[in-house]
Design a protein around this ligand. Sequence first.
Ligand code: COA
Length: 158
Amino acid sequence: MAERKPDIDIRIARQSDISAIAAIEKESFSDPWSEHLFSEAISDATHFNLVMMLKEDLIGYIISTKLLPDCEIENIAIKSDLRGKGYGKILLNDFLDHVREAGATRVLLEVREGNKPARSLYESAGFKKDGVRPKYYIEPVEDAVLMSVDLTENKEGE
Ligand SMILES: CC(C)(COP(=O)(O)OP(=O)(O)OC[C@H]1O[C@@H](n2cnc3c(N)ncnc32)[C@H](O)[C@@H]1OP(=O)(O)O)[C@@H](O)C(=O)NCCC(=O)NCCS
């Protein structure tokens, strides 16, 4: 299992988490999801969504679709003042452990070409670049890098 930190809890996202999730989303993305989109994702059975709690505070989340054997990460973010401290890596590795146990064999995602912190995070969790989707993003226009990790391979570091 992923390394843990004291006072951290990772659990399934609930409707009551939406305003805290949306606040982090707003400070993280130039084209943020609305609360309505998060509400749909949380009530949709094909989604698998986790939140990271530091004591009573929601400090991060991951929203994904789980259509086994594949999962696709739609959003992941950590509260801006807590980035670079290892929380994103713990959340992502915990997510990968959960979906692997649920029968997923592959996790896919798209990331902005210039999003170095996110690309480093994914690479540190074993994701590899599969290709590029030109001009996929808006505000600003930017290429998407397509990445995936094969969960049937040995875990990173094992
Ligand atoms: C991407 C994000 C979730 C990473 O979370 P985090 O808690 O800051 O990441 P961590 O501290 O766990 O670091 C994970 C890895 O990324 C690397 N990393 C983190 N911040 C970095 C930065 N600013 N520049 C380069 N690498 C960075 C770390 O070195 C670490 O790799 P390592 O363990 O091999 O050393 C966070 O930066 C974030 O919320 N960004 C805004 C939202 C976003 O862009 N989401 C991704 C959309 S595809």
